[in-house]
Every structure is written in structure tokens, then in C-alpha cells.
Design a protein around this ligand. Structure first.
Ligand SMILES: NC(=O)c1ccc[n+]([C@@H]2O[C@H](COP(=O)([O-])OP(=O)(O)OC[C@H]3O[C@@H](n4cnc5c(N)ncnc54)[C@H](O)[C@@H]3O)[C@@H](O)[C@H]2O)c1
Length: 341
């Protein structure tokens, strides 16, 4: 593989993925519209190198995307582009649905036309949230979709459009369902960065509802490894779940981060009083859990899941990257999003 087109490569996972690819001999073109939550391009290690190109462009025009494909001639496309913050989708459902459905459809359509000339694959990054909440057990790839938020509904829609394009036009869009990622470059309003910044400021961290909602946590650099292994594999599949198996509720995650930071004397908060419960998110899913048998059977890669070590790395990254935080915080007013009344 010589050239990759990445869409949404200025967001949290995209930035990590491009940093990951920068160690390989591959040319990269990143198309991103640059939204409030994007990581500024200047913070990418690869930004000034010859094998990297960035194009500030909204995926709202299929013709334009097709022209870019014809000019750039990628060997593979990876679509990270989406509005992705659940709380923001509650405040702005129409914008989320329009953006996520239209951008994916435009990309798929341009890809389909390009596919007639060059038989490449498109990897569409999706989420465990499309399946909705599960009390016990795990969701498999072909379980039915049951989204709860405008965000997850828009992601579900784009997944269904991907499978429809495969059926109707015979192209090769592969869907990768990821779990909750954490690590460097995650926008400050997300849960783990909020915990870290609150504890650093000796402020109690806000936790939604009773804090019992369970998420499956995966270190973003490990996701990048796993995504890459899927991309280079020749196995036939239309959809694949990609999870760590590490399932913890929000109180448990807060406790782990607090303990690490307390042990390192990074916070003065008392171990008896470091969180505050706040109003729950409307439609808050109770538990996510992905079955990853398909990945384990087909992809030669064992996902590493050392939660302690990766949380420690994440805390260190946020401490060391104050200039990045100050930069992205300019577009973040620290206000609680997604409350209906
Ligand atoms: N972060 C997670 O924990 C997680 C978990 C599962 C799945 N995902 C999925 O992975 C993908 C990446 O997630 P993320 O956390 O990096 O999201 P993010 O919000 O940090 O980044 C998304 C990027 O896509 C860009 N984008 C959005 N709409 C666009 C458009 N119309 N044209 C061009 N660029 C556009 C944004 O500007 C942004 O830079 C998303 O599709 C998300 O649904 C994320």
C-alpha cells in the first residue's frame, strides 16, 4: 500500500492514526473540515513532512471528493469523519444527522465511482453505540441496531448506507465498530480528559447520574494498531467489532484515575471526596459490550489491554501537552452540553 486517503484525520482517533502511520513508508492525504473538536494540524508530528498532505474540506460534495480521488489515486480510504460527541448531538440533532449521513453518503458515492476504475477498499469507522445498550452478554456484528442518541442514530444510518452500497453497487466498504477510546489528543470535554483536568485542578470531577453506566475502554494507540491489522488483512468480512473486553462503570474509571494521580501526588483532593454526581444524560445507555470473536479468529493480532499503564500514559500526556490543551480549549467554553431542560 502506497497512498492512503484519510477523512476526519484531524479528530482524536484520526490524529493518532496519522501519527501511527507516519512511522510507515506511506503517503497520506487527510481531508477534514476542521470542527470545534478537531486537533490543530500544527500539533501533528508529520505535518511538515513530504509524505503528508492536508486538505481542509467538508465532505458535503460528492463531486469534489471524486475529483480528489481521481487526482490523488489512493490505494485505500479510511473514514473517521463524523460529528462524534453524544451530548452535542442532543443539543444539535439535525446538524448531526445531516452531517454524518450526508458526509458518509457523499464519500461512499465518490468511492463507488472511483471503485469502477480502481478496486480499493473503504474502511468506515463506526461505534459500539449503534447496537444500543445490553444488560448482559455482548453484541455480535450482525445483531440488530438499536441506537439511543441522535449521534448513534446517525452512525447507524451511515453503516446501513454502507451495506446498501455494497449490495447495490458491489463495492467493498468495510465497517469497523470501535468501543470507547481514550488517550492523547482527546478533546477536553470527554470523560477521561475531564477526570484528569478536574483532579489536576483539585476540583471534584462531575459524573453523570449514578455513575453506573458501563463502557468498554480501549487505548487509542491500541485501536490504531488493530485498525491497521484489519486494513492489511485479506480476510473477507463486511463488518468487524473491535473492543478490548475492559468494561468498567464510570465510578470505577474515576477511581482508577484518581488513585494513580493521588499516588503520584498530582492532586490534593481527598480519596473520600473526589467526585460530584450531576444530572444524567438523556437516553444514557447503561452498558456497551462487544463480542470480538470475528476479530480474534481472522486477524493475527492480540489486542493488548493494560489499563493501568495506558491510563498512566494518558495522564502524563495531558500534563506534558499543556500548549495543545490551551489551543483546543479556545473553542471549548467548559459548559455542560446535552441537557434538555
Ligand atoms: N472516540 C471514540 O471513543 C469513538 C468510539 C467509537 C467510534 N468512534 C468513531 O470514530 C470516528 C472518529 O472519532 P473521533 O473521536 O476521532 O471523533 P472527533 O470528533 O474527534 O473527530 C472527527 C473529525 O471528523 C471531522 N469531520 C466531521 N464531519 C466532517 C465532514 N462533513 N467533512 C470533513 N470532516 C468532517 C471533524 O472535523 C473532526 O476533526 C468517528 O466516526 C466516531 O463515530 C469514536
Amino acid at each position: 500500500m502506497k497512498k492512503i486517503l484519510i477523512t476526519g484525520g484531524s479528530g482524536f482517533i484520526g490524529t493518532n492514526f496519522i501519527n501511527f502511520l507516519s512511522k510507515k513508508k506511506i503517503k497520506i492525504l487527510n481531508i477534514d473540515k476542521i470542527s470545534k473538536v478537531s486537533s490543530p494540524e500544527k500539533f501533528k508530528k508529520i505535518f511538515y513532512k513530504n509524505n503528508y498532505k492536508f486538505l481542509k474540506n467538508n465532505l458535503d460534495d460528492a463531486k469534489k471528493i471524486y475529483q480528489i480521488l481521481i487526482k490523488y489515486k489512493p490505494d485505500c480510504i479510511i473514514n473517521f469523519a463524523a460529528e462524534s460527541h453524544v451530548d452535542r448531538s442532543i443539543d444539535n440533532p439535525i446538524y448531526f444527522i445531516k452531517n454524518n449521513i450526508n458526509s458518509a453518503t457523499n464519500l461512499f458515492h465518490a468511492y463507488y465511482k472511483y471503485y469502477k476504475l480502481k478496486k480499493i477498499k473503504l474502511f468506515h469507522i463506526s461505534t459500539d453505540e449503534v447496537y444500543g445498550s445490553i444488560k448482559k452478554g455482548e453484541f455480535k456484528e450482525h445483531d440488530k441496531y438499536n441506537p439511543s442518541s441522535p449521534y448513534s442514530a446517525s452512525k447507524s444510518g451511515s453503516d446501513l448506507i454502507a451495506t446498501a452500497f455494497n449490495k447495490t453497487f458491489g463495492c467493498k466498504i468495510k465497517i469497523l465498530c470501535l468501543t470507547n477510546n481514550f488517550g492523547p489528543y482527546q478533546f477536553p470535554e470527554k470523560y477521561i480528559p475531564t477526570l484528569i483536568s478536574s483532579f489536576l485542578k483539585n476540583q471534584k470531577a462531575p459524573i453523570y447520574g449514578k455513575g453506573k453506566n458501563i463502557r468498554e475502554w480501549m487505548y487509542v494507540k491500541e485501536s490504531c494498531n488493530a485498525i491497521w491489522k484489519v486494513i492489511i488483512s485479506n480476510k473477507k468480512f463486511e463488518k468487524i467489532n473491535l473492543g478490548s473486553g475492559i468494561r468498567l462503570n464510570n465510578l470505577e474509571i474515576a477511581k482508577k484515575i484518581f488513585k494513580i494521580m493521588k499516588n503520584k501526588k498530582l492532586t490534593n483532593l481527598s480519596s473520600k471526596d473526589y467526585i460530584k454526581m450531576v444530572k444524567d444524560r438523556p437516553g444514557h445507555d447503561e452498558r456497551y459490550a462487544l463480542n470480538t470473536t470475528v476479530f480474534k479468529k481472522n486477524i493475527k493480532y492480540k489486542i493488548k489491554n493494560n489499563l493501568y499503564k495506558t491510563l498512566e500514559k494518558t495522564i502524563n500526556w495531558y500534563i506534558k501537552n499543556d500548549s495543545w490543551i490551551k489551543n483546543v480549549n479556545r473553542s471549548y467554553d467548559n459548559k455542560r452540553q446535552g441537557l434538555i431542560d
